[in-house]
Design a protein around this ligand. Structure first.
Ligand code: F0G
Length: 426
């Protein structure tokens, strides 16, 4: 007998499991979806409910995730672990629109979440499930942001946290967060894909609750980026939503949430989803181009360490949304990412390298005529500029390749005299 209103469904066979079944794979080994009773959701809430919650003082209404709770996870409030997250800005930057080649560009800055990345949206939901299921230990493999987020939520919930990170390949801001929030941080002598394999084995053996995006509750929380973006736009559907793809949980979530909204009749069409990969970590791009199943990339490499992933777990789920929306998967080079980042940063918005793959990807798609200049495009900036200060400083000091030297802003040395300083001011 089911105890909760949601169920878990095998993405391949459709076999269903109880919503509190502590499993991440079906009996056939496929990933799971959380399935909601949409008819019930439609009776309980509508878009006006979500708008009314914007002026509420309740914490769960202020959260840009739990504001949409009926369609995210209708769990009892006592289990909810919220900071609260979301409620991020959608920047309209004419400067960046013209860089990309568009009349209008909106950028949803997920770096404005409590731990500085979009990961908080999925984490609040999966951590609430961890509490609901009585877990006392949680773990994840991460390129940095998931571990920072998990460490923070675990610290608040009083759980022990174990993070598995690729040795030497995560940005300093993220490593600092995991350490500061008290997670046991294990630097694996291998890449993210190896770390993910190991953490899954550890969790299976030891009964530690896994908080990677193979955990379907992470995906439910991440759906809220799309919901909140549409709410920011007064429920007007943009033509495109562009976002970076690494392990592909986020794009999977975006597609799932939008499809549910359409089924509920809350939107009448889907925005096209464009997933942008880094060229050195592009298995999804290659699979999409060939129309074939994904073949993992060995030794993935990119300056955007957040998306340095060769074997993405959620590629099939992500493809569902890309296909349903007649969207696209593209790739960009590291210098294109750094150039886009220099412009995003110089616009006073700022974001970490992986986030700027969004802007680089949009620019490429406009230049190829895939996106028309007058189409309404929203991009997701996934992480804060301060996550990866090393890349910023190295770039501006000229220690990394640039497409355009004029984007550099190197610090200058100066004698400690008024005359010398005035030389730079005038
Ligand atoms: N952007 C940033 C800043 C990220 O941290 C990630 C993923 C992505 C984009 C890609 O999202 O994996 O859902 O396709 N970071 C994960 C982590 C892998 O461990 O923090 P995705």
């Amino acid at each position: 007998m089911t105890t909760v209103p949601w169920r878990l469904r095998c993405t391949q066979t459709g076999t269903e499991y109880d919503g509190l079944d502590r499993r991440f794979y079906s009996d056939t080994g496929a990933t799971l979806d959380v399935v909601h009773d949409l008819a019930r959701v439609g009776e309980q809430v509508d878009l006006a409910t979500f708008d009314a919650r914007l002026s509420s003082k309740k914490r769960i209404d202020r959260s840009g995730v739990w504001r949409f709770r009926e369609l995210i996870l209708p769990v009892e409030e006592q289990w909810i672990a919220s900071k609260p997250e979301g409620a991020t800005n959608l920047y309209e930057s004419s400067r960046l629109a013209s860089y990309v080649g568009l009349d209008w560009l909106g950028l949803k800055h997920e770096g404005e979440n409590p731990t500085g990345s979009f990961k908080d949206r999925g984490m609040t939901v999966a951590m609430s499930m961890a509490k609901r299921l009585g877990a006392d230990r949680v773990a994840c493999a991460s390129t940095g942001n998931t571990s920072a987020s998990m460490a923070a939520y675990a610290a608040e919930a009083g759980m022990r946290a174990f993070v598995f990170i690729p040795d030497g390949k995560i940005a300093y801001g993220k490593l600092a967060q995991a350490l500061a929030f008290g997670a046991q941080t294990i630097q694996i002598a291998g890449d993210f894909d190896k770390a993910l394999q190991l953490v899954q084995e550890v969790c299976d053996r030891e009964g530690v609750y896994l908080l990677n995006s193979v955990n379907p509750f992470r995906i439910e929380g991440q759906k809220a980026i799309g919901f909140e973006m549409l709410q920011d736009l007064d429920w007007q559907v943009p033509d495109w939503i562009v976002l970076p793809g690494g392990n592909l949980g986020n794009s999977a979530a975006l597609g799932k949430g939008l499809l549910e909204m359409r089924e509920l009749g809350w939107i009448d069409r889907l925005p096209k989803i464009a997933v942008v990969q880094a060229q050195g970590a592009n298995p999804f791009y290659t699979a999409f181009q060939k129309g074939e199943p994904l073949v993992p990339v060995q030794n993935a490499e990119t300056i955007a360490t957040a998306i340095r992933i060769g074997n993405p777990v959620s590629w099939q789920k992500s493809l569902r949304g890309v296909d349903a929306s007649t969207g696209i998967v593209t790739e960009v080079t590291d210098v294109q990412i750094l150039d886009a980042k220099a412009h995003v940063d110089a616009a006073g918005i700022g974001a970490e390298p992986a986030s700027c793959a969004t802007v680089a990807g949009a620019k490429r798609l406009v230049s190829e005529g895939v996106i028309q200049p007058d189409e309404r495009v929203c991009g997701i900036l996934t992480g804060h500029l301060m996550k990866d200060p090393d890349t910023v400083v190295q770039y501006h000091k000229g220690e990394m390749d640039a497409l355009d030297e004029s984007t550099r802003n190197a610090p200058v040395r100066c004698d400690a005299t008024l005359d010398a300083v005035l030389g730079f001011v005038n």
